[in-house]
Design a protein around this ligand. Structure first.
Ligand code: NAD
Length: 315
């Protein structure tokens, strides 16, 4: 496992990190022990960065991660969670709410501090409020020692870039933007570096779309995107390769981000994912899969309020 510094923070993160959204049953039900084993397997294999949110499974992911980490040396891992999003359409970026949210997250996660707190899906909030109220409230928690660093997450890159340009943010988490079918995060490399903002590359498997099993029902991608991803999975299957392997290898080995967050509640997935990083990528297959995904290349979906997304962001 390689390790990278996250922007200008003092956090040294593993190049592959653990996304705990699946611990909220976001990708289907799972046995609690499997989730715990997945977390411990990740730790054993050198993964040191864990990302979660109160939104995932309506707080159940945080509680499950907290139970999995109980008794584990707190200095052996870095913990990130979020504030501001509490349901599919339930957002509150108010200062008092986000401060209360951090206290609740600390309790569920069984810790006295977070390594990173992130405003969750800022494109659904008012960006003025995020800059003028939410981030300052989180900086107060930083002063008080409850959180070490403060970041933002979301889907539209111009929105993340806009806020990072207006005020210092320690990290941005971007998802589904450095995958086999979408490379747009790379275009932001220099800007985020200039702002001193660390980059977290989440969802290398495009939230399940780039797996043999395919995207879950709630996936926001178009029918064409699903169809092209399914065709890519078939193409890989015929070559005896798991699409998830190619997708993960591609995303991790070509990103400029400090870490790539992949989610699972299955310890076998964790083992496979770490093992795949050490294997060479099938470049001939990559070319064929890229051709298959070309019709949907860099075409995602819209996320957030139209007034916030602003110009320059196409689906
Ligand atoms: P992902 O792209 O990591 O894909 C997860 C899916 O892939 C799950 O269904 C999982 O079971 C499956 N999978 C994982 N390893 C596999 C393997 N080896 N073989 C086959 N299937 C495998 O999507 P994600 O989990 O949504 O994203 C990663 C993490 O990033 C999340 O858990 C979350 O922590 C974070 N995230 C944050 C935001 C945000 O802040 N707005 C958005 C998306 C993701």
């Amino acid at each position: 496992m390689r390790y990278n510094r996250l922007g200008r923070t003092a956090l040294t993160v593993s190049e592959l990190s653990f996304g705990a959204a699946p611990l909220g049953s976001v990708y289907g039900a799972f046995a609690e022990q499997d989730g715990i084993d997945a977390v411990h397997t990740a730790l054993d294999l050198g993964i040191n960065f864990f990302d979660v949110a109160p939104y995932y499974g309506a707080t159940t992911a945080e509680s499950a991660l907290g139970r999995a980490l109980r008794g584990v040396d707190r200095d052996s891992y870095l913990l990130a969670t979020k504030v501001g999003r509490y349901g599919a359409a339930d957002f509150d970026f108010g200062a008092e709410r986000v401060k209360g949210s951090v206290t609740e997250s600390l309790d569920r996660l069984g810790t006295d501090h977070l390594d990173l707190i992130q405003c969750h899906d800022i494109e659904f909030g008012s960006l003025d409020r995020i800059v003028e109220e939410t981030l300052p409230a989180l900086r107060e928690l930083q002063q008080a020692g409850l959180v070490r660093y403060v970041g933002i997450t979301g889907y539209p890159l111009p929105v993340l870039g806009y806020v990072a340009a207006r005020t210092p943010v320690d990290s941005v988490l971007s998802y589904c933007r450095h995958t086999l079918h979408d490379r747009r995060l790379a275009g932001w490399k220099h800007r985020f570096a200039t702002y001193g903002t660390g980059v977290i590359n989440a969802s290398p498997l495009a939230m399940g779309a780039l797996t043999a099993r395919g995207a879950p029902d709630w996936h926001p991608g178009s029918a064409e995107l699903r169809e092209r991803c399914a065709a890519a999975a078939e193409l890989c299957g015929a070559a005896g390769v798991d699409l998830a392997k190619l997708a993960l290898q591609f995303s991790v080995s070509t990103t400029h981000a400090a870490t790539t967050l992949v989610g699972t509640h299955d310890p076998d997935d964790v083992r496979r994912n770490v093992a795949w990083l050490a294997e060479p990528m099938d470049r001939e297959l990559l070319i064929r899969v890229e051709a298959c995904l070309e019709p949907v290349r860099d075409r995602g979906w819209t996320s957030g309020r139209a007034a916030v997304r602003g110009p320059g962001e196409r689906a």
